[in-house]
Design a binder for this molecule. Structure first.
Ligand SMILES: Nc1ncnc2c1ncn2[C@@H]1O[C@H](COP(=O)(O)OP(=O)(O)O)[C@@H](O)[C@H]1O
Ligand SMILES: Cc1ncc(COP(=O)(O)OP(=O)(O)O)c(N)n1
Length: 271
């Protein structure tokens, strides 16, 4: 059995965070474990409260799992504070795992899920040990200080991120405009490719980034090569966005159960 882990915050409404990750893991046939960094009181309209775990308790969860189970791939989501990032990095450095870092910063409703002063720790501690970083455009802007408006800006920002030590960066284009949702993938060795899929006209995109990075982690845990895992994760999120559940009064969740039933072949084009 392939065992993977998510280190992230709990979303009480189940569309993002730990809940989205575990549903995605289950759907992709890997065994999901978790370390919860924070509880959020949240629904499809927004986040109303946050209770962070201590760095010590976050690490205790990771240690309990790793002492007993053979985890091969880990993702991080909401990490909330510099103290949690530092503690998680120190612990993960002891293990040989593929690490997907989703640099969760702001929820769709505008709530801050990462303290401003934690961005330095993300860049200097966690990124150097990461296999792949999956920022959306605002997150890439925050990490690099570059205002991203053009494809050239995306490339410049990606190169700045790779210089921090991560092996690969997926610049997610969900926040851009256009008929296609385009993600651009850059590797430290200079390789590059872009993936595009039809942009679905929907407000039900709560947890898209969490779900994409969880699917990527699951495919890495199953032994896929990094490039193939990224492409298959894009298929997974496209299926999840294309088959809406239509629940809640705000930004509803994606459908984590659509991938197996949906016809995903040909939905993602590579450039
Ligand atoms: N409306 C959409 N239609 C199709 N794909 C989308 C849509 N919105 C986001 N995506 C895809 O979902 C994934 C997550 O992207 P994004 O929404 O930018 O992340 P985040 O949730 O971190 O803001 C990316 O692969 C992106 O291209
Ligand atoms: C607990 C928790 N973690 C992460 C997020 C943000 O998830 P993301 O996938 O970036 O989705 P949106 O916030 O853009 O919908 C969250 N809301 N809660």
């Amino acid at each position: 059995m392939n065992i993977v882990m998510t280190i992230a915050g709990s979303d009480s409404s189940g569309g993002a965070g730990i809940q989205a990750d575990l549903k995605t893991f289950q759907e992709l046939g890997v065994y999901g474990t978790s370390a919860i960094t924070a509880l959020t009181a949240q629904n499809t309209l927004g986040v109303s409260d946050i209770l962070a775990a201590s760095p010590e308790f976050t690490v205790a969860q990771i240690q309990a799992v790793f002492e007993d189970l053979q985890v091969t791939a880990v993702k991080t989501g909401m990490l909330f504070s510099a103290e949690i990032i530092e503690a998680v990095t120190e612990e993960l450095q002891k293990h040989s795992v593929q690490l997907v870092v989703d640099p969760v910063m702001i929820a769709k409703g505008g709530a801050s899920l990462l303290q401003q002063e934690a961005i330095h720790a993300l860049k200097t501690k966690l990124l150097p040990i990461a296999t792949v970083l999956t920022p959306n455009i605002p997150e890439a802007e925050e990490i690099t200080g570059i205002q991203i408006e053009t494809v050239q800006d995306i490339e410049t920002a990606a190169k700045k991120i790779l210089a921090l030590g991560v092996q690969c960066v997926v610049m997610k284009g969900g926040h851009l405009e256009g008929e296609e949702a385009v993600d651009m993938v850059y590797f430290a060795d200079g390789a590059f490719f872009a993936m595009s899929s039809e942009r679905i006209n929907t407000k039900h995109t709560h947890g898209t980034g969490c779900t994409f990075s969880a699917a990527l982690t699951a495919f890495l845990g199953k032994g896929y090569a990094l490039r193939d895992a990224i492409i298959e994760a894009k298929h997974f999120i496209q299926a999840a966005i294309s088959h809406p559940l239509n629940i809640g009064n705000g930004h509803g969740p994606t459908n984590h159960f659509a991938y197996r039933k949906a016809q995903v072949k040909g939905q993602v084009k590579l450039h």
